[in-house]
Write a protein that binds this ligand. Structure first.
Ligand code: PRX
Length: 649
């Protein structure tokens, strides 16, 4: 059924205007309203953002809205605030104190509901634990945790005392933790005895123990008891969460922090081998996440909002925790896999908790399609009023399925484009205003000035592809790469003059809608998560049997892209299935399961230009099983291509 619809819909070039019923109650209910806001945000930028910031609590008001000396931005200069205060304390003075802040479901099936008051109490307790461990303002704290309320509690506790958190997604390996901890020079790690995923325990504490052996700065590890299983415990270093919390009280006023005080560091992949610590600060990020949650999700008092992202990614930072709680809404958190115990787990959660807004990734939607409509059809999804996607371009088939099977053609879909660096959603429909088109993230949000340019930084014509850049500063933008201002400049502000370089390709259509076209650098997007090809190459080359490796993305039906690796080995090394497995496992060991190559081919040489540069474009074609259309005359040895093609993985 859906397939036929899709073809005709696409050939009709159909648009999906917001349903009248949605529009009438929406915060932004018409294009006129959006256009007016947008114009205002660009023409009177400072007044515009000051008016948003005024809705939040400041211990001291700012002197200047923006100080901008490209590429250094300071927002709400001189202002003092606290994001933990704005997520918690402000609500305690209202009826919301007994409203659910977090509704959590563990994978084994238990539910916990924390009201704003209860969450506040837990956060204050844990903030006092951090102080007791000697954590000082400005000192980074590492969180390596499952999706449990304590992760949000630890974040808000860090924000409360001004200790920037650095969350490492629970799927990353010990070596990844080591690199991040050593870059941040952290002294304290918060972890758990494990978390549940697909019926099994993810052994977080073991992984931390392994990493800590190579992290000279680590002095203290706090361990949450989540699964109850046996773990190695080092009494001189480790503390049980439930024990140490007994030793502190619940009185912990939020610190008034400078608007530019670091809020968090989140490591992300770039086109080089070394992860980048993206730094976000307090005031601008707070204003940005607060505002965009209202605009894009039309977030209201009565909503039960669920973003399925792990808090270990930026989506979880901005739109599971900060933006949502700053609005006093109810956020749902789920610990485990979408198909555990069965493929309807998400829909059972939607039904059970009456979720009204549901935000997920295209890769998840493609998995739902594969599992079949019978799973969502078992559940009453009538509470839903709005759907969202993030992480990669959504293919129109997946969009239409989402619209039809999950949204029952009632719910607008917001396809939200943004990045770890942008901190907030940048290009997205406004659900009560924008007529959406499957596959397009549509229009920039207020305050966002994108442009599509060519190699020389000149705007390209409509319909033509080019590099997506952002022209003006916005409040939640990254401030730098932690400890590396130079890299911040070269990475983001040097490719195109006077613009922030996103690394994405895009085009604009006749409606001025943006269509994202994927990365233009050596970054792969796997299931909505960025991975630098260089990182995987470094991991492969660190194996003693590997001489050289090249890694490219290969299209995949469910995950968007997967990794294809081309490997040459040291002389005398025997290649075969055993070594293939050994190398794949080695990458998992070095980076984490997310980086496991799907294809790994051995080759006696890699296709290189005469100047010695690996021609990844050709490898991408080979991995995808396509003929290479482009020029191959710069290749040093053309016969390599033929040999590589013959080697099916
Ligand atoms: O390539 C774009 C893609 O994801 C990249 C950002 O990845 P990350 O920092 O991990 O953050 C993901 C969640 C915000 C972007 O450079 N991307 C993200 N959202 C979309 C997207 N591509 C197309 N459409 C989207 N809606």
């Amino acid at each position: 059924m859906p397939q036929k619809d899709i073809d005709s819909l696409l050939s009709e070039d159909r648009r999906f205007p917001p349903p009248a019923s949605f529009r009438s109650g929406a915060r932004i209910g018409s294009m006129e309203e959006y256009e007016k806001m947008y114009r205002d945000s660009v023409e009177n930028r400072e007044e515009f953002w000051a008016a948003v910031a005024d809705k939040l609590h400041w211990f001291r008001k700012w002197d200047e809205v923006l100080r901008w000396e490209a590429p250094k931005a300071e927002w709400f200069v001189g202002g003092k605030t606290n994001l933990s205060y704005n997520c918690l304390d402000v609500h305690l003075k209202t009826w919301r104190r007994n409203k659910a802040a977090i509704i959590w479901e563990g994978e084994p099936g238990e539910t916990r509901i924390l009201t704003y008051q209860a969450l506040h109490r837990e956060v204050c307790h844990f903030a006092n634990v951090l102080k007791r461990l000697g954590v000082k303002q400005g000192e980074p704290v590492i969180l390596y945790m499952p999706m449990v309320p304590e992760l949000a509690i630890a974040m808000l506790a860090c924000a409360r005392i001004g200790a920037p958190h650095s969350i490492i997604f629970g799927g990353f390996s010990a070596a990844s933790i080591r690199d991040r901890v050593n870059d941040a020079k952290a002294r304290v790690v918060i972890t758990a005895d494990g978390g549940w995923r697909r019926g099994e325990v993810v052994p977080l504490k073991e992984t931390v123990d392994k990493a800590v052996d190579e992290c000279p700065t680590i002095e203290q590890v706090v361990v949450l008891r989540r699964t109850g299983r046996e773990i190695a415990f080092h009494p001189e270093r480790d503390h049980w969460w439930h024990e140490i919390i007994e030793a502190v009280d619940a009185d912990c006023p939020a610190e008034p922090l400078d608007a530019e005080h670091p809020l968090y560091i989140l490591y992300t992949s770039g086109s080089t081998g070394k992860p980048k610590g993206v730094l976000h600060t307090t005031g601008g990020y707070m204003v940005g996440t607060y505002a965009t949650s209202r605009w894009v999700f039309d977030l209201k008092e009565e909503d039960t909002y669920w973003c399925t992202a792990d808090i270990g990614w930026v989506t979880g930072h901005s739109y599971v925790v900060y933006g949502i709680l700053a609005n006093g809404a109810t956020t749902v958190m789920y610990e485990g896999a979408p198909n555990w115990p069965e493929a309807d787990r998400f829909w059972s959660i939607v039904e059970k908790h009456g979720v009204t807004i549901f935000y997920t990734a295209p890769t998840a939607i493609r998995a739902f399609i594969k599992w079949g409509e019978q799973w969502p059809d078992r559940h009453d999804l009538s509470s839903l009023r709005l759907l969202g996607t993030v992480g990669e371009p959504i293919n129109p088939e997946a969009w239409i399925w989402y619209h039809t099977v999950i949204g029952k053609k009632r719910c607008p879909i917001v396809d939200t484009w943004w990045q770890t660096e942008t901190g907030t959603i940048m290009i997205s429909p406004l659900p009560g205003a924008t007529s959406t088109r499957p596959g397009s993230a549509t229009l920039p949000l207020p305050g966002v000035v994108p442009e599509i340019v060519d190699h020389d930084g000149r705007p390209v014509e409509k319909g033509k592809g080019g590099f997506l850049v952002i022209r003006e500063p916005w409040p939640a933008m990254l401030r730098t790469i932690y400890g590396d201002d130079e890299r911040y400049k070269t990475q983001y502000w040097s490719t195109v003059k006077d613009a922030y370089f996103t690394g994405d390709g895009a085009r604009r259509d006749d409606d001025d809608f943006y269509w994202l076209m994927g990365r233009v650098d050596d970054v792969i997007n796997i299931a909505g998560h960025r991975l630098g090809t260089m990182e995987v190459e470094s991991a492969l080359v660190s194996h003693p049997k590997v001489a050289e490796a090249a890694v490219v993305g290969k299209p995949d039906e469910i995950r968007g892209e997967v990794i294809a690796a081309f490997v040459t080995v040291e002389s005398g090394v025997e290649t075969g299935a055993d070594l293939e497995k050994e190398l794949k496992d080695h990458v998992v060991e070095e980076i984490g399961a997310i980086a496991r190559p799907s294809d790994l081919r051995f080759t006696d040489a890699l296709p290189k230009t005469r100047s010695g540069k690996i021609m990844r474009r050709l490898l991408r074609d080979i991995a995808a099983g396509r003929e290479s259309a482009g020029d191959t005359t710069t290749l040093e040895d053309e016969s390599i291509l033929k040999r590589l093609r013959e080697k099916k993985p």
